[in-house]
Design a protein around this ligand. Structure first.
Ligand code: NAP
Length: 256
C-alpha cells in the first residue's frame, strides 16, 4: 500500500489515463476525488469508476467542472477537504488534443486547447498547493504532460506548447514549493490508446508506423501510466522533484 489513507485528486479521471491512475491509487490505499468535465455522457463512466474504487474498500467522490475554468481547482480541493479532510496528491491530467493543421487553425480551437490543458491547470495546481501548504505536511503534484513536450507535431501546434508548458510549470513549482515539502513532477506519455487519439489511430498505416517506432513493440495502454503516477505520488519518490518521466515504450530515443 504505497498511498495508504492518502487523498488523491485526479483531473480528467472519467476515462483513459486518469481513470486507470485513479483505480491504481485506490488499490494502493487512497481515497479519490474524480475530476471530469461534467458532461452527461461521461457520468456513467464516472459512476462505474467509483463503484470499482469502492470495491477496493476505498472512497471516491466526483466533481464535474470544466478544466478551463480557473475556479475548478478550488472546487476540487473543496471536495477533498469536505469529504476526506484534505489533499495529499494532486494529479493534473485533464486534456484535449483536437488534431488540426497549423495554417488554418481556428482561433477558438487554439484558445480552448490552451485554456483546458494549461491555463486551468495553472490555477488548479495553485489551489492544491495552497491547501497542501496550509496542512503543513507536504504533498505531491504530478502533471500529465506528454512526449509532445519534447517533439513537434504538424497537427498539434496548439497542443504541444501546452504540454511543454505543463512540464515547465512542474519545474518552476518544484522550486517554488520545495520549501513546503511539496514535490512537483511530470509524466510524459508516448502514444497511449485512448479516446484522445482514437480517430488518429484508426488510420492503419499511422498506427503501424507508431508501433514500429516503439522499441517495446506496442502502443501504450492507460494503465501503463498508473505505476509511474503512483510512484511519483508516493514516499518512494520522496527525494524526486522537478523531474520528468517518459512513459513511451522507448519511442523518444528511437531516432535513428
Ligand atoms: P481521454 O481518454 O480523452 O480522457 C480525457 C480526460 O480529460 C477525460 O476524463 C475528460 O473528461 C477530461 N477532460 C477533457 N476535457 C475536459 C474539460 N474541458 N474539463 C474537464 N475535464 C476534461 O484522454 P487521455 O489520453 O486519457 O488523456 C489524459 C491526459 O494524457 C491528457 O492531458 C493528454 O494530453 C495526456 N496524454 C495522452 C497521450 C495519449 O497518447 N493518450 C499521450 C500524451 C499525453 P470527460 O470524460 O468529462 O470529457
Amino acid at each position: 500500500m504505497l498511498l495508504n489513507d492518502k487523498t488523491v485528486i485526479i483531473t480528467g479521471a472519467s476515462r483513459g489515463i486518469g481513470a486507470a491512475a485513479a483505480l491504481e491509487c485506490a488499490r494502493q490505499g487512497a481515497n479519490l476525488v474524480i475530476g471530469y468535465s461534467g458532461s452527461p455522457t461521461s457520468k456513467g463512466q464516472v459512476d462505474e469508476l467509483i463503484q470499482q474504487i469502492e470495491a477496493q474498500g476505498r472512497k471516491a467522490v466526483a466533481v464535474g467542472a470544466p478544466a478551463e475554468d480557473p475556479d475548478t481547482g478550488a472546487a476540487l480541493v473543496a471536495a477533498a477537504v469536505e469529504h476526506f479532510s484534505g489533499v495529499d496528491v494532486f494529479v493534473n491530467n485533464a486534456g484535449i488534443c483536437p488534431f488540426h493543421s497549423f495554417l488554418d487553425m481556428p482561433r477558438e480551437t487554439y484558445l480552448k486547447t490552451v485554456d483546458t490543458n494549461l491555463n486551468g491547470a495553472y490555477f488548479a495546481v495553485q489551489a492544491a498547493a495552497n491547501q497542501m501548504k496550509e496542512q503543513g505536511r507536504g504533498g505531491a503534484i504530478i502533471a500529465v504532460s506528454s512526449i509532445s513536450a519534447l517533439v513537434g507535431g504538424a497537427m498539434q501546434t496548439h497542443y504541444t506548447p501546452t504540454k511543454a508548458g505543463l512540464l515547465s510549470l512542474m519545474q518552476s513549482c518544484a522550486v517554488a514549493l520545495g520549501p513546503y515539502g511539496i514535490r512537483c513532477n511530470a509524466v510524459l506519455p508516448g502514444t497511449i490508446e485512448t479516446d484522445i487519439n482514437r480517430d488518429d489511430l484508426s488510420d492503419t498505416d499511422k498506427r503501424q508506423y507508431m508501433e514500429s517506432r516503439t522499441p517495446l513493440g506496442r502502443l501504450g495502454r492507460p494503465d501503463d501510466l498508473a505505476g509511474p503516477i503512483v510512484f511519483l505520488a508516493s514516499d518512494m519518490a520522496r527525494y524526486v522533484t522537478g523531474a520528468s518521466l517518459l512513459v513511451d515504450g522507448g519511442m523518444f530515443v528511437n531516432l535513428q
